[in-house]
Design a protein around this ligand. Structure first.
Ligand code: ATP
Ligand code: MN
Length: 537
């Protein structure tokens, strides 16, 4: 038998309640890849990446994400069906069951940290049942040096046991899978699901509480990059709107693809050490950087390969949410360390499947706050459902499932910081043009890239200065011209060739905005309310 343990130091898990485990501490990604293949939990793809199936769950399960309600959280968390309370004693019991389950097993332990800015560093110990989820932690969290490992004190612990099934009746969960955050014990307990995204979004949720409450820092569900002049851009948006795709730009250094903090010292820092990209329909031609990152060290999830190990990125027979994780250094142009200055441009990305929002528009401060709190994108129903109508989807702060505090807390911080920094805010529709989903088509990536490039280098503003068109329904400042983009693409109405249908749909969406915003009206001032789209007349 090969002894996989290459201890740089020896650790014990007894204090966690895990007894007699065979501990694999801090293994290299190469070793973890090898063990995964040996255990038949994954295979090597033609490009050298590890390919795994995450099992029953191929996405996060927001209904099974809980926060322990105790003295730390009870008065601060915005409780409801996003932040679902969990009893502290029940947590203790379930924790003991999970650690019993891991006792006598082979486990994989990794020390890592979150937050690229040393002042905010959060040390994390990850204890995994599987080698590939431990490798995911290597890819996604920041990697301490040998020196830092010598006297490493973990602050938060993630216990990740995909094979452990809860008994809802006894354990107080909704079903067999769960992800529970305990801010007092500083533990994230994950069971019954092998979806790796729960690991990274668990720490993200913890930071979304810790940073604003204790560190006067705004946590953001956004990607970030920096230009040659040192100008930072950040890109907010819900899943699938283009954060990872658009921040990966050969002309700009990547800070991070998903989670950042904006500090009181006017800096933006990455929480993570890696990227987690969607790979549905990925092409080498359109997204060469991400394509090239899928090599040894990367982990592909739930993709279909032929017998040569070549991936068919168009095959969604396991899930539409096929993914790859890789350490950030798989991308060539990166910022080291992952820290930038105050953003100069902020992009709100939305994949509007109604095809009515302009592909790019400039927002006033009131509109920026309104759209941030709304957090709009659209969901396109799967073809098999027989529904071809897109559904509007609103998620406050473009990331409500990860935000333990009331959305207005984050929105107030963002508004203030945007004013202080004098940033430009742009709303970018990466979704449909020429008609709604089913009729029109997705905005060409090449055009979206050209639009954000023009916004960043100032040429979009220069070309439209006093001549923006004000959208009659959404009130947005719509450029009439943009370098490297055909003029007709800039006006969604003209791409439809059906004015009546266009306005009908635009008002339908504006009504959805207004209905959704009702819950926030009591917190909004006049400036924000003036940022709302028009009512149907
Ligand atoms: P998540 O929060 O789940 O990580 P994300 O915001 O990072 O999501 P991406 O991974 O960038 O989203 O996914 C955007 C997807 O949309 C990619 O598959 C990309 O190829 C595709 N796409 C098609 N057209 C465009 C466009 N015009 N702009 C951006 N992305 C586009
Ligand atoms: Mn992403």
């Amino acid at each position: 038998m090969v002894n996989h343990t290459q201890l740089t130091k020896s650790i014990s898990l007894e204090k966690y309640g895990i007894k007699n485990a065979k501990i694999n501490y801090q293994l290299s990604p190469e070793k973890l890849h090898e063990i995964t293949v040996e255990k038949k939990q994954g295979v090597t793809s033609a490009s050298g990446a590890l390919a795994v199936n995450t099992g029953e769950f191929t996405g996060r399960s927001p209904k099974d994400r809980f926060i322990v309600k105790d003295d730390v959280t009870k008065d601060k968390v915005w409780w409801g069906n996003i932040n679902i309370p969990f009893d502290s004693e029940k947590f203790e019991k379930l924790y003991n069951k999970v650690t019993d389950y891991l006792s006598d097993k082979e486990v994989f332990v990794r020390d890592s940290y979150a937050c690229a800015d040393a002042d905010y560093k959060l040390n994390i110990r990850v204890i995994n049942e599987h080698p590939w989820t431990n490798m995911f932690a290597y890819n996604m969290f920041l990697r301490p040096t040998e020196e830092e490992l010598k006297d490493f004190t973990p602050e938060w612990t993630i216990v990740n046991a995909p094979g452990f099934m809860a008994d809802p009746e006894v354990d107080g969960t909704r079903q067999h899978n769960f992800a529970i955050l305990d801010f007092t014990r500083k533990v994230i307990l994950i069971g019954g699901t092998g979806y790796t995204g729960e690991i990274k979004k668990g720490i993200f949720s913890a930071l979304n509480f810790i940073l604003p409450v204790y560190k006067n820092t705004l946590p953001m569900h956004c990607s970030a990059n920096v230009g040659k002049e040192g100008d930072t851009s950040i890109f907010f948006g819900l899943s699938g709107t283009g954060k990872t795709t658009l921040s990966t730009d050969p002309e700009r250094s990547l800070i991070g693809d998903d989670e950042h903090g904006w500090t009181a010292e006017n800096t933006v820092f990455n929480f993570e050490g890696g990227c987690y990209a969607k790979v549905i329909n990925l092409s080498q031609e359109q997204e060469p950087e991400i394509y090239g990152a899928i090599k040894k060290g990367a982990i592909l999830e739930n993709v279909i390969m032929n017998d040569k190990g070549e991936v068919d990125f168009a095959d969604t027979s396991i899930t539409q949410n096929t993914r790859v994780s890789y350490p950030i250094y798989h991308i060539e142009n990166i910022r080291v360390p992952s820290i930038g200055k105050n953003p100069k441009n902020i992009f709100f990305l939305t994949a509007d499947a109604f095809g009515v929002l302009p592909p790019i528009s400039k927002l006033t401060p009131g509109q920026a706050a309104y759209h941030f709190i709304s957090g709009y994108t659209a969901k396109v129903a799967g073809t098999e459902d027989g529904i071809d109508e897109p559904l509007p989807s609103f998620s406050a702060c473009f990331g409500a499932p990860f935000m333990p505090l009331h959305p207005t807390k984050y929105a107030e911080m963002l508004s203030q910081k945007m004013k202080e920094a004098g940033v430009n805010v742009w709303l970018v529709n990466t979704g449909w043009t020429g008609g709604p989903y089913g009729v029109g088509s997705r905005m060409k990536l090449k055009y979206t890239r050209a639009m954000i490039t023009a916004a960043m280098d100032g040429s979009l503003e220069a070309a439209n200065k006093d001549n923006y068109h004000i959208h009659s329904v959404f009130g947005l400042k719509q450029p009439r011209t943009c370098p490297n983009v055909p003029t007709e693409v800039l006006s969604p109405r003209s791409t439809w060739n059906d004015d009546e249908g266009y306005y009908k749909t635009a008002y339908k969406l504006s009504n959805s905005f207004r209905t959704n915003f009702k819950q926030f009206e009591e917190f909004a001032n006049q400036e924000i309310m003036d940022g709302a789209p028009n009512k149907e007349s």
